[in-house]
Design a protein around this ligand. Structure first.
Ligand SMILES: [Zn+2]
Length: 391
């Protein structure tokens, strides 16, 4: 049994929407940086080529009509969200999207079957795709396809935690009526950002009340506020739900340099979030942890460093944030993206400290009001007391 399975092949870079913010070079540079640090060569780490998801796997989440539309898509197709500015049809779109879905599905399967304690598809996390339409750069919803597979394999309680700056609307839509799946999303408030959903009042459908948790953070939220909110809500919700496996979507578009959103995290804060997710998997799931990438549009400045930290946490030990970015990688990044600023250290110089909710607070600020709104909306449904600072 491997400690960690990294599902990866360069063919995953074929999910390429062309002149578009979701540039696969961010994934290419992530894997290159992780290799520079030896993260993929650690003892106990296995790298495996991705298998494509077949039609039956995709149809667990998507409609037959949508699948047919994606397979037949041309630059003139209309409907099902295709050929909108966000979701242009691209060459071999079905094949590339099915490969991303298959990679995440394989990661989940390996963890469930005990072939690996942890597994990751850094090219995955396409959480906006809906059963019947493409949305938000996402064609097939690989997290949902993978979670559906876990349910088919017999999983009874799966926790999905989404730290992307955008709401996990597609994953929530698929599982909001299913009491076996807890979805937790921390994101910038839908008043300010796509997709315009993810309010605290969305708490799960009939028979699954309390299995949808939404934390809607104000623009400008930084490491301190984000980590305060995470720790005020996520551990208590997960402890109440008692998941067998933790699935995380680790979009890096919370970074302060991200051009599409307005939160203010550093790579140091993002690294602290990955460590907190690891600790929850260890505490609650015997270490079983499936991870994907997600959004992230500061494709040189932030994403490769954030996800290299993620891969390091997944494969055994976090990297020292004070590490220098290797010169060979800096040259590669400058050559691939000449217009971008190449970072020279693995830190943004932040300390990732935060004020724990359990210590109370003075006058609530906007982040505290967001925390309170979520706790009041969903904690009673989970059997938790929204006013108990220990939870
Ligand atoms: Zn995003």
């Amino acid at each position: 049994m491997a400690d960690t399975l990294v599902v990866w092949g360069d063919e995953l870079l074929g999910y390429d929407l062309g002149d578009h913010p979701l540039n696969p070079v961010r994934v290419e540079l992530t894997m290159a940086l992780a290799r520079e640090f030896g993260v993929l060569d650690r003892p106990g780490t296995a790298v495996e080529a991705p298998p494509p998801a077949d039609d039956a796997a995709l149809l667990r989440v998507h409609t037959p009509e949508y699948l047919a539309a994606v397979k037949a898509a041309t630059p003139r197709s209309r409907g099902h969200g295709l050929n909108t500015p966000d979701n242009p049809v691209f060459a071999r779109m079905h094949e590339a999207s099915a490969l991303v879905a298959g990679a995440t599905r394989r990661a989940a399967e390996a963890v469930w079957r005990g072939e690996a304690r942890r597994a990751v598809n850094i090219a995955g996390g396409l959480h906006h795709a809906m059963p019947d339409y493409a949305s938000g750069f996402c064609v097939y919803n690989d997290p949902a396809v993978a979670i559906a597979h876990l349910l088919d394999l017999g999983a009874e309680r799966i926790a999905y935690v989404d730290v992307d700056v955008h709401h996990d609307d597609g994953v929530q839509a698929v599982f909001e009526d299913d009491p076996r799946v807890l979805t937790v999303s921390l994101h910038e408030t839908p008043f300010a950002l796509f997709p315009g959903t993810g309010f605290p009042s969305e708490t799960g459908g009939p028979g699954a009340e309390g299995t949808v948790v939404n934390v809607a953070l104000p623009p400008g939220t930084s490491d301190d506020g984000w980590l305060r909110a995470f720790h005020a809500i996520v551990p208590a919700a997960l402890r109440s739900f008692r998941p067998q496996v933790l699935f995380t979507q680790c979009g890096a578009d919370t970074h302060r340099l991200d051009p599409l959103a307005d939160l203010r995290l550093t790579v140091d804060g993002q690294r602290a979030a990955y460590l907190a997710l690891r600790d929850l998997a260890e505490e609650l799931c015997d270490g079983r942890w499936v991870a994907t990438g997600g959004g992230g549009y500061a494709i040189v400045e932030a994403v490769p460093r954030a996800w290299t930290h993620l891969l390091a946490v997944l494969t055994g030990a976090p990297l020292d944030p004070d590490s220098a970015v290797p010169a060979t990688w800096r040259e590669l990044a400058a050559a691939r993206c000449p217009q971008r600023t190449v970072p020279d250290r693995m830190t943004d110089g932040a300390d990732a400290r935060y004020r724990p909710w359990s210590l109370g607070n003075g006058a609530p600020d906007a982040v505290d009001r967001a925390i309170l709104a979520t706790r009041r909306a969903v904690f009673p449904l989970l059997g938790l007391d929204p006013t108990d600072p220990r939870d």
